[in-house]
Ligand binder design. Structure first.
Ligand code: ATP
Length: 234
């Protein structure tokens, strides 16, 4: 087990956002977390990256208890997050954004990784000298993913990568995610686009008002009548 979450709870003041969440992500898996607006998806990711405190439960990464570990230490352990809304550094060049993704690495041998990213995302190579802010939404999403990969993470947390993208770009981003998984990257994908996420995922969890209400293989959830009715508009 690479990531293990046991009985996690989290509050904003007196408001309980997450209650008794238990889940796991194994090495090499793509696990999707789906749920409606406000279900608590972003809060759970914030708990995993360490910027949101837990009020109960524990987090383990590769057997190490990270429940109270500082965010930057989690990054150093290999947990990288692609934040919602992408948040690339607009005035910096595409390549400088990628370099920043490797800032916690000790070796600084990042030339190979830049090459790897440019092979994965040819459009970023073409635009490597341009300010990131000039990229389209889909390209900025690719840059955000590539930047996170520069830290050579063992686990990549993706927060709503398809949000705000035109349908064609959504399909492209999901292809990118499928490609990462083919390359052996372990992924935890948080999405409102339940159909696309569950279609790709090895396993999925359904979050409703702060609790996990279902978990199964991605295909099984896709075929489930309750999931269809609530999340797939079928
Ligand atoms: P979205 O898809 O809109 O990002 P989400 O599933 O990620 O939704 P969260 O943003 O994690 O949901 O929110 C979970 C719950 O916590 C919601 O009820 C929300 O209103 C509440 N919440 C989120 N952030 C705060 C905050 N800073 N202060 C108080 N309550 C908050």
């Amino acid at each position: 087990m690479l990531l293990e979450v046991t009985h996690l709870a989290s509050h904003y003041g007196r408001i309980q956002a997450l209650d008794d969440i238990s889940l796991r992500v194994d090495e090499g898996e793509l696990v999707a977390l789906v749920g409606a607006n406000g279900a608590g998806k972003t809060t759970l990711l914030r708990c995993l990256s360490g910027v949101q405190p837990l009020s109960g439960g524990r987090l383990f990464f590769d057997g190490v208890d990270i429940t109270r570990m500082a965010p930057e230490k989690r990054v150093a352990l290999g947990i990288a997050q692609v934040p919602e809304g992408r948040q690339v550094f607009g005035p910096l060049s595409v390549e400088d954004n990628l370099r920043l993704g490797a800032y916690l690495r000790r070796d600084r041998q990042i030339g190979d990784d830049l090459d790897r990213m440019y092979a994965l995302f040819p459009v970023l190579f073409k635009k490597r000298e341009l300010p990131a802010g000039t990229l389209s939404g889909g390209q900025q999403q690719m840059l955000a993913i590539a930047r996170a990969l520069m830290s050579r993470p063992r686990l990549l947390l993706l927060d709503e990568p398809s949000m705000g993208l035109a349908p064609l770009l959504v399909a492209e981003i999901f292809e990118v995610i499928a490609g990462l998984r083919g390359n052996g990257v372990t992924l935890f994908l948080v999405e409102q686009n339940a159909h696309a996420a569950l279609a790709l995922a090895d396993r999925g969890y359904v979050l409703e008002t702060g609790s996990v209400v279902m978990s199964d293989h991605g295909a099984a959830l896709l075929a489930d009548d309750r999931v269809k009715a609530a999340y797939l508009g079928l």
